[in-house]
Structure formats: structure tokens, C-alpha cells
Ligand binder design. Sequence first.
Ligand code: GTQ
Length: 341
Amino acid sequence: MTAKDLSLALANFSREIAALDVMPLWERRESAMRPGTECAPRLWRYSELRLKLIEAASLISKEQAERRVLVLENPKLKGTTFITNSLYAGLQIIQPGEVARSHRHTPNALRFLMEGEGGYTDVGGERVIMHPGDFVVTPNWSWHAHGNEGSCPVVWLDGLDTPFTRFFGATFRENYAGNENAHLREHGTALAAFGSNLLPVDYKQGGAVSPVLVYPYARTREALAAAARNDAPHPAHGFKMRYANPANGRHPFPTMAVAMQFLPAGFSGVPYRSTDGTVFAVVEGEGEVEIDGERFDFSPHDIFVVPSWCSYRLRAKHQTVIFSFSDRAAQEALGFWREQS
Ligand code: GTQ
């Protein structure tokens, strides 16, 4: 065959196989076989989002919205509602006296309380009262309703693994039809049972989700402070602890790992990257994060996303505490997770 014949034959071949809905592996994009995703790094300023949340609360009633949430959508994932390929994040506001009706869904959810007192979530038959800095677990398929019995707005960060159920075609959701005020266990019941180095004697290793329901900030903060007083910081993470399922030592969710870290004043971390795209929420302090060479200053309650395999480094001006969640639990379970320092 001459070169010309060959190129004609190839063009015909391409057309014919396209009609059969097959494609040649040798034309696959190079980037498909490297770590990382198309997601962009991004920081959302809480001061800006908070104003819009308050505005949303006056424009859209709780009845209209059911959940009044501003979704932090990755600029490279427009139209998906996702912050990374595997995670969803949103800021939810609930005004004094409001309730958000009970429903359940197959995605797992976490709440991280940003501001306000008096907010609660009724989850899995228990009332959980949330304070700033608390991390609350909503196990998949458990009924959950929210409310605010305080006198100020309550705002929290929702983190969900919705992209997983979407990916697997396993997204189910339903509203609660029964009496929402039926008997609830009192606040603190699960924490007393599971958060005291104890387990109910007949506790069966049940679901893969942490049964403790709430991880109070006061305890987390004290654990980090004790580590900082006694141990040396990790060169990239400072003092970082992951939240554990107290019944098995694993992550709180089968999909999501959740962590809190403390950076001493003046901390300057070395560059680090890992395959779990991570959402960070600043709790206390001020500093900057450099993600793939791009710098972002952060203040309390700012939220930023470090996509999978993007190198980042943290610097703290004042002592700083940062909450984070990622898909590391799923990646570890599947044998995919990698890191590089
Ligand atoms: O509060 O149950 O941000 O179901 C997204 C979906 C919050 C919730 C979100 C939800 C919820």
C-alpha cells in the first residue's frame, strides 16, 4: 500500500468503527493514564458566601428550598454540583425557628458546624445538638431532619459522597412520611456509648459508618493541643489527626476520610500531594495555601479544595486549625491511594 492508500484505508476504518460504537485504544488521550483529575484548585471566602446565605434565607423559604444550601461547585465541573469528581460540598443555613424536614438518601453525609448555637440534626433516631467545630455523621439511608432553636443563623458545611452513588447508579432518596417528633433518644446517647472507649457489650459490627454520630470540637481541639505540646509536627501536615470509627478504628465512612489539623504559628509546611482530592475548612487562624503554584490566603471558615495529586503547602501566620475531608477511605479500601512528600 502506498502512504496515500494507507491513510484512506485508515480514514475508512475510523468511520466504520465509529458507527459500531467502538474506538481505538491507541487514540486514547495520554492524560487518561496519569494521576490527577480535571478539577481546579479553588478557595471560597466565607465572608462572601455568608452574605449570600443570609440573602438566600430572605429570598427563599425553607418550604421552597427544603434544604437551603449554596453548593460549592468546582469551576471545572460546572453542572455537576460536585467539588471534586468524588465529593460534594455545600454550605447550609438555617434561621432561628426553622426546620428542614426529614428525608434519607443513599449518599453518606457529614456536617461541619461553621457558626451559630442552637442548631440540631435529628439523625438515626437521636437528637444531635451541634456546636461550632463539631463534626456530625449522617450514615447513608438514615432519616435526618434539621432545626435551629437558637436566636442566630446556624451555618454548616455539608460533605457528601453523592458522586459515588451517581457513579454506581445507586442514588435513592425519599421523604419521611411519619411523625417527625416521635420519640428521639436524647442528645449525647451515642457519644456516651461509643465515645468513651466503651462499646455496648452485644454491639455487632454493623454498618461501615461510625455509630458515634458526633465528634465534639472541644475534644478534638484538646487532642491536637496535647499533641502539639508533646510531639514534633509532621513536616507537611503539622499535627493532624483523622477521625476514627470507634467500633473498628477505620474511617467514619466507607468512602470519606475526615481529619483535623493544627498548625503552630509560623508553621511552613513542605510540599505534599496525594491521590485523594481534599476539601479543607479553616476553623481558627490565618495563613496561606499554595496549590500547584497558586497562592490563596485563608481566614476562619474559608473553604478550599485541593484536587487529586495537586501539590500543596500550608503556611500559618497565627496558630491555625483546619478541618478536612476526602475520598481517601474509598481509595484505601480499593488499593488506589498514593502520596508523595
Ligand atoms: O441536609 O440532608 O447539602 O440531603 C445536600 C443534600 C444537604 C441534607 C445537602 C442533602 C442535605
